[in-house]
Write a protein that binds this ligand. Structure first.
Ligand code: TMP
Length: 206
């Protein structure tokens, strides 16, 4: 049996991490085999790469280095975690995947989308999420929410202009693939968003 691959996407402060956990707990309770993972990270090597990427000490990192490191983490993640779990028929939930790279390094940093696409093809070998829950929120609100929980990493240090570019990028990505990407308003309350996400996923499973 082939598993199901679900990704969560969105700018900072949209509640991806909370919502991916709630979905995970819901599906486990219903008796499904589920794993919850994240990018960058998800593997031993991926976690080391995550540290390099997010450390505020690495302000001098070039955009291309950044692009390649996110993809390096992804290559390990797919081989070690995602594909083995899917082969066993599990539901794999990941907090971020390839749409993050298109949004942040493509629309945010301005790296050529064709270059990003060709690296993506090599790294993923065509693997795409079956469903992507894209949590949408305006950049100001998202950043304010994150400040509230005292979370600060290298990308969050970027100015509001960068985060607006990323958000607009996400909206363009969502418009291109409405079948896969479920755009979800992240300004509603946690329970309401969770209910909507459960409906989307259960619809897909049935
Ligand atoms: P987070 O998972 O805690 O949100 O942190 C990951 C950060 O890395 C976040 O700022 C988004 C960024 N990111 C990219 O820029 N490109 C990517 O491909 C991924 C997976 C994350």
């Amino acid at each position: 049996m082939k598993g199901i691959f679900i990704s969560f996407e969105g700018i900072e402060g949209t509640g991806k991490t909370v919502q991916s956990k709630l979905l995970y707990q819901y599906l486990i309770k219903k008796g499904y085999g589920v794993i919850l993972t994240e990018e960058p990270g998800g593997t031993r090597i991926g976690l080391k790469i995550r540290e390099l990427l997010l450390s505020i000490e690495n302000k001098d990192m070039t955009s291309i280095t950044e692009l390649l490191l996110y993809n390096a983490s992804r290559a390990q993640h797919i081989k070690e975690v995602i594909l083995p779990a899917m082969k066993k028929g599990a539901i794999v939930i990941t907090d971020r995947f390839t749409d993050s790279t298109v949004a942040y390094q493509g629309y945010g940093r301005g790296i050529d989308l064709n270059l990003i696409d060709s690296i993506e093809k090599t790294v993923t070998n065509g693997l795409k999420p079956d469903i992507t829950i894209m949590l949408d929120l305006d950049a100001e609100t998202g950043l304010k929410r994150n400040k509230g929980i005292n979370k600060i990493d290298r990308l969050e240090l970027e100015d509001i202009k960068f985060h607006k570019l990323v958000r607009n990028g996400y909206l363009e990505i969502a418009a291109k693939e409405p079948q896969r990407i479920k755009l979800t308003d992240a300004s509603e309350d946690i329970e309401e968003i969770h209910r909507k996400i459960v409906n989307i996923v259960i619809d897909y499973i049935n």
